[in-house]
Design a protein around this ligand. Structure first.
Ligand SMILES: [Fe+2]
Length: 287
């Protein structure tokens, strides 16, 4: 996760990484992970996409306790060359993209408190590891994340980050995928959220729309509530090819001529999977 943080905290390396200090986790902290893991694994049966379930198995995330980043990285690197590195919190956009472009996923090392199981302002190690890392063991998704990092560095130079960030939001964080057995979850923001796992797939409130790159980059999003629209991909190849093989410069120029869309908008060119009632009492802000 990135933002406009500028001052590097003391004790961090030049690339903002810090040691995970795995030995410093307390039994209570490991117990929070175990509780979240069991609860979420049960919730995700028949909801998570196939690649996620395979990733959990390959990376042995069912082992007890908060994963050790070194051990996890060794298993992950064997499959796709990705590694997980710890950072103290949000990092500047440039640092975040630089890590992704080099197949390093930055993760928070702290874990939420037992009284915060369902609400967190900053991503913790459960969101970052459980939500994001399983898919990094899928070769195509792994390439997509690297391509996104490279695209991010370019978007910074073109002053187009606001648009590109929406692609990350509506895919990596809140994406749905159409599998032969039905709609499934692949976005980490949903996969790590007990409430949104069910909401995103089964609630009648949100729109579910077929993924379209330009449409997504025009769409604002909610930052402190469930999403009002989810975008559905067919497979990860679609994401990879549209991101890695396209020149976004003309797309950004075109986007400058098009108005942004509200998070709940439905427009005539949309291919609607299911149109939402928008009856959920959305409380939050959006950007
Ligand atoms: Fe995330």
């Amino acid at each position: 996760m990135a933002n406009a943080a500028t001052a590097r905290p003391p004790g961090t390396a030049a690339d903002w990484t810090i040691p995970q200090d795995w030995a410093r986790y307390t039994p209570k902290e490991h117990a929070v992970w175990d509780l979240l893991y069991v609860r979420q694994t049960e919730m995700l049966q028949n909801r998570a996409c196939q690649a996620f379930r395979q990733g959990v198995e390959h990376l042995r995330l069912s082992d007890k306790g908060i994963p050790n980043f070194e051990e996890l990285s060794a298993r992950l690197a064997k499959r796709t060359g990705w590694r997980v590195v710890a950072v103290p919190g949000l990092v500047p956009d440039e640092v975040f993209f630089e890590h992704l472009a080099n197949r390093r996923f930055v993760a928070g090392r702290f874990i939420r408190k037992p009284e915060q199981l369902d609400y967190l302002q900053e991503p913790d190690v459960f969101h970052d590891l459980f939500g994001h890392v399983p898919l990094l063991s899928d070769p195509v998704f792994a390439d997509y994340m690297q391509a996104y990092g490279e695209g991010g560095l370019k978007a910074l130079r073109l002053n187009a980050l606001e648009k590109l960030a929406r692609l990350y939001w509506y895919t990596v964080e809140f994406g749905l995928i159409a599998e032969s057995s039905g709609l499934r979850l692949y976005g980490a923001g949903i996969l790590s959220s007990f409430g949104e796992s069910r909401f995103a797939l089964e609630d009648s409130s949100p729109n579910r729309l077929t993924f379209d790159l330009m449409r997504v980059m025009r769409t604002r999003y909610r930052i402190d509530d469930y999403q009002q629209s989810y975008f559905v991909i067919d497979n990860f190849d679609q994401l990879l090819h549209q991101t890695r093989d396209a020149d976004f410069s003309p797309l950004y120029r075109e986007l400058e001529t098009l108005p942004d869309l509200a998070p709940d908008a439905v427009i005539p060119s949309d291919r609607i999977v299911s149109r939402g009632s928008q009856k959920h009492a959305y409380r939050g802000k959006f950007q």
